[in-house]
Design a protein around this ligand. Structure first.
Ligand code: ADP
Ligand code: MG
Ligand code: MG
Length: 937
């Protein structure tokens, strides 16, 4: 059987987008469900591929015959004739692949016009202007798309005639002008191609079809597919849609418009869109005339508005999805020309998801799967007012979400200076460095012209939760002159700009922003997600404020509280320093005694906010030298202190001399503090302390501190530190229990590599527990567990699980130790190169490395649960908030993921989706059976 390449809209399979392209499939589908689509047919993507494969620039045998048959059908359906002056049939030739690739391929309108059909059209419509307008559009589009004549050649002619006639807008052109333009356009084509413009309409069609096919292999389209990772499995070849022309520019009973079935900015269930009376499709997009909001049609064409509402309802009822559609009204008759799934912002996606469930258009499962978890991030930061219609002037990478406006400044010092006076500023630099940090604090947002998503600017801005656009290469920064060039505009310090860190766009001037909101719809959607999810979502926080925010976002507990962050606070650091400087156990114990009540209060506050949810507290992890200033800083401080001492002594001497000179003065001159012995003594004390610190810093120096004296190693060599923390946790727990709060503390040990380490720490825990239980006469309910962040810990998971009641994968460290990459060095030096050159596909510190780190996790989970079937297993690395990693964690049968508060909503949705998408529901069932079997045996 000969393969069928051409399908009428009445017969094509509307589900087969791969074969017919998205546009073609939907045109078929709409025709078949009875919507008013102009008659037409689709030439399949297979025809495109076979044409592109063959060496000859010819359509395959038989294809043109199929096309002629279809054209004959169109003639029958419309009563018009292709290429005949009497009632001529005109068509559009439209591209359309399986995936929409906006602006990548072209469409030709009004094909079938030539000298004689043009005259027929004019006679038929008694409208010379209309005829020549259609003609000149056709010559230009066909010339450009099918014959490769540069657009400018036509524009030059067009603009010259407008200028000569003193006409500003296209509507001002008369039939005579358009006739002249058409004739000159024919000349342009002849000149450029060396051949006259094709008169034969089937020649026109043949050339046009081939041109659309070829556009699939054009540079623009190829680059686009590479950029967006569109593989042949997703879209291969373009279909060609031949559609009977309908005209929205046939008078005041004609119009053209585009619509969304719901508001794509807010999700509101209302008619949304714009239209133009007496205009052709492209006019709406081209911005030549300002279109009107569709609501105005209720006055201008009330009957047609009703029809449009009906069209909209039918589209949604059929597609069960918000649609983005194009239509044209010709002499009072409404035609639908295109429909596709609408692209919406996060708010609209969430709202429509929930409302469409309420309207029985989709199921809860569909609603959950419809929203990409990452887009929720947009909802947790200020964002640009969706109604704004400014054009971006530059595009960079969306490096840290949120939108901000402010006066542009070119260095951190100026940012700080202006920021202090209360100005909103945006720091614009080529790249940022650690010494720019004070500028970050003072700025609303950061913009760089170089660097990627892991550049300094991006990482720091994300850490601070400030919007950042990085690598906006279209911007030329001249820091010395304090100016920057952005697409022909010169920006000076103080000019206002707006950045959108959610999509990487940069705008001139101020665009209003709207604050983040946790809408009722979002709450509902996430609740549905929680209901289907198997993974729990916990959060990484260490203050009660952050904990409260995380609970608002739906966190089900704290998966990681980093106690070292508590040590860093202003009021504790001096005590911590004393503890580190202590020379004897007694001195250290004394400092720890002072820390104990502070830590206890910290933990209690966290328990109170989180009750009854679990709170996982990690014992001290970093090497203790991190609490001391650096050697360089201390040396500089000492230098200054010694200078100060000289100055103070000098002033004292000066005072003495003045006393001598003023001999006989009534009042003796006594130098005030600090210019006396007391002052000198004070400075000496400071010097002594700093010298001690310097000594300690040198003593604690490690070549490789991340692999050095830290984590449980520290806890075992200085057991009194962990003992204090354990006491603080359990005392706080006891106090809460006495107050009637139900709490679930979990004590977690970092950097463990052998069960012996855990046993030693557990001994302290047990002793403390027994003492407290005696003292308070209560039973303490808590869990004891370990981080898994060392490769050996994975290998010994079975043994560790004898002691640990839970595991928490610290995938930041586990990734470092699996790759033997230190994160900072990797991200700053070679990782970007590795990613660009596809040696590694992703940054493993952002996207969990399933193949390496993930395998280790699988082993650890399996061996751990062999020892302890109810072992609780979580992940608390940064990747725990990444949807792809969450999917992995679900499949790896983890109990929970833990992430920073703003990632909690994303993780909840991702966890729900993981359950819906994953075959592991079945696997879990099997696993349970196996476990039971083992128990029986
Ligand atoms: P794109 O994929 O760029 O949207 P289209 O193929 O949809 O390109 O066509 C571009 C414009 O021409 C749209 O406004 C569309 O509505 C209009 N158009 C396409 N075919 C016809 C037709 N047969 N009659 C009237 N307008 C048409
Ligand atoms: Mg279109
Ligand atoms: Mg760690």
């Amino acid at each position: 059987m000969i393969k069928q390449y051409v399908f009428s809209f009445t017969e094509g399979d509307g589900k087969n987008k791969k074969l017919l392209g998205g546009k073609g499939a939907n045109l078929c589908e709409m025709t078949q469900i009875g919507l008013n689509v102009p008659p037409g047919f689709v030439i399949s993507t297979e025809a495109c591929l076979s044409y592109l494969d063959s060496a000859k620039d010819e359509l395959q045998a038989g294809l043109m015959n199929e096309v002629r048959d279809q054209m004959a059908l169109l003639e029958k359906q419309t009563g018009k004739k292709f290429g005949e002056p009497d009632n001529p049939l005109l068509v559009s030739v439209r591209s359309g692949s399986a995936l929409s690739m906006p602006g990548m391929m072209d469409t030709i309108l009004n094909l079938g016009l030539n000298m004689s059909t043009l005259q027929g059209l004019i006679k038929q419509t008694s409208n010379e202007r209309f005829g020549y307008d259609a003609y000149r559009r056709f010559i230009q589009l066909f010339g450009k798309v099918a014959l490769g004549v540069p657009d400018e050649k036509f524009d030059e002619v067009f603009d010259a005639i407008k200028a000569r006639e003193g006409i500003a807008a296209d509507v001002g052109l008369t039939a005579t002008h358009l006739k002249e333009i058409s004739e000159r356009f024919l000349g342009v084509v002849h000149e450029h191609t060396g051949k006259p413009f094709p008169e034969d309409v089937y020649d026109q069609l043949n050339v046009a079809i081939r041109a659309v096919f070829r556009s699939w292999g054009g540079k623009r389209a190829v680059d686009y597919r590479r950029e967006f990772n569109i593989t042949p499995e997703m879209a291969n070849g373009t279909a060609v849609n031949i559609v009977t022309m309908v005209f929205g520019n046939m008078g005041d009973d004609s119009a053209t418009g585009v619509g969304f079935t719901r508001n794509p900015g807010t999700g509101e269930n209302t008619m949304y869109g714009e239209y133009l009376v007496n205009a052709q499709g492209e006019d709406v997009v081209a911005g030549i005339r300002t279109p009107k909001p569709v609501q105005e049609m209720t006055n201008e064409m009330p009957a047609l508005y009703e029809q449009l509402v009906e069209l909209r309802n039918k589209l949604e009822a059929h597609y069960h999805e918000v649609q983005d559609y194009e239509y044209t009204i010709e002499k009072g008759i409404l035609y639908c020309l295109q429909t596709r799934n609408g692209k919406m912002n996060a708010q609209a996606l969430v709202r429509t998801s929930v409302e469409m469930v309420g309207e029985d258009l989709i199921t809860r499962e569909q609603a959950l799967l419809r929203v990409d978890p990452e887009v929720l991030e947009q909802l947790l930061h200020p964002r640009l007012d969706p109604e704004h219609n400014s054009q971006a002037v530059a595009q960079g990478l969306p490096a840290s979400p949120g939108a901000a406006s402010g006066k542009v400044v070119f260095d951190a010092d100026r940012a700080e200076l202006l920021g202090r006076t209360g100005e909103q500023v945006i720091l614009l630099r080529e790249e940022t460095k650690p010494e720019d940090i004070h500028g970050f604090f003072a700025s609303q947002g950061i913009l760089t012209s170089r660097g990627g998503k892991t550049s300094h600017a991006a990482v720091v801005a994300r850490g601070m939760g400030k919007p950042c656009v990085a690598g906006a290469e279209g911007i030329e920064v001249d820091t010395r002159k304090r100016q920057a060039r952005v697409s022909n505009v010169l920006l000076h310090e103080g000019d206002t700009i707006t950045i959108d860190g959610g999509n990487g766009k940069v705008y001139l001037g101020e665009i209003p922003t709207i604050p983040p909101e946790f809408s009722q719809e979002l709450k509902t959607l996430l609740q549905w997600a929680d209901e289907v999810a198997r993974l729990k979502v916990m959060t990484n926080v260490d203050t009660p404020e952050a904990a409260a925010r995380a609970v608002d976002y739906g966190a089900m507990g704290i998966g990681l509280c980093r106690t070292e962050r508590m040590f860093n606070a202003q009021d504790r650091l001096p005590i911590v320093v004393d503890m580190i400087l202590a020379n004897t156990l007694a001195e250290r114990q004394e400092a720890l005694e002072r820390l104990l009540p502070i830590q206890r209060a910290d933990f209690k506050a966290l328990f109170q906010v989180m009750a009854p949810r679990p709170v996982t507290i990690r014992l001290l992890d970093p090497p203790i030298h991190e609490f001391l200033p650096s050697e360089r800083q201390l040396e500089a401080e000492l230098e200054r202190l010694k200078q100060l001492r000289n100055t103070v002594e000098g002033v004292g001497d000066l005072m003495g001399a003045m006393q001598l000179l003023a001999e006989g003065a009534a009042q003796p001159i006594t130098p005030p503090m600090p210019f006396n012995e007391n002052g000198v003594e004070l400075i000496d004390q400071a010097i002594a302390k700093k010298e001690l610190m310097l000594l300690k810093v040198r003593e604690l120096f490690e070549v490789n501190p991340m692999l050095g004296h830290r984590g449980v190693r520290l806890g075992i060599t200085y057991p009194e530190i962990y003992a204090m923390q354990i006491r603080a946790v359990l005392q706080a727990a006891a106090e809460c229990a006495e107050e009637g709060l139900t709490i679930h503390p979990e004590i977690m040990v970092p950097q463990v590599c052998t069960a012996e380490e855990l046993l030693r720490v557990r001994e302290v825990v047990l002793e403390t527990q027994h003492a407290l239980e005696q003292e308070h006469g209560i039973k303490l309910d808590y869990k004891f567990g370990t981080m898994i962040e060392v490769v050996r810990a994975c290998m010994r998971a079975g043994k560790l699980a004898e002691v640990a009641e839970f595991f928490s994968f610290g995938t930041n460290d586990l990734t470092q130790s699996t790759f033997s990459f230190s994160r900072e060095d990797a991200e700053n030096k070679f990782l970007p190169f590795y990613n660009e050159n596809r040696i590694l596909q992703d940054n493993p510190f952002e996207v969990l490395d399933v193949k390496g780190v993930g395998e280790l996790m699988h082993l650890a989970v399996e061996w751990g649960r062999q020892t302890r079937p109810d072992l609780k297993v979580g992940i608390c690395g940064e990747q725990g908030g990444h949807p792809a990693s969450i999917r992995f964690c679900h499949d790896a049968n983890l109990t929970y993921v833990s992430c920073s508060p703003p990632r909690v909503p994303i993780a909840r949705l991702a966890a729900g989706q993981a359950s819906l998408m994953s075959p592991s529901r079945v696997i879990i069932a099997n696993l349970k059976e196996q476990e039971e079997l083992e128990v029986i045996v």
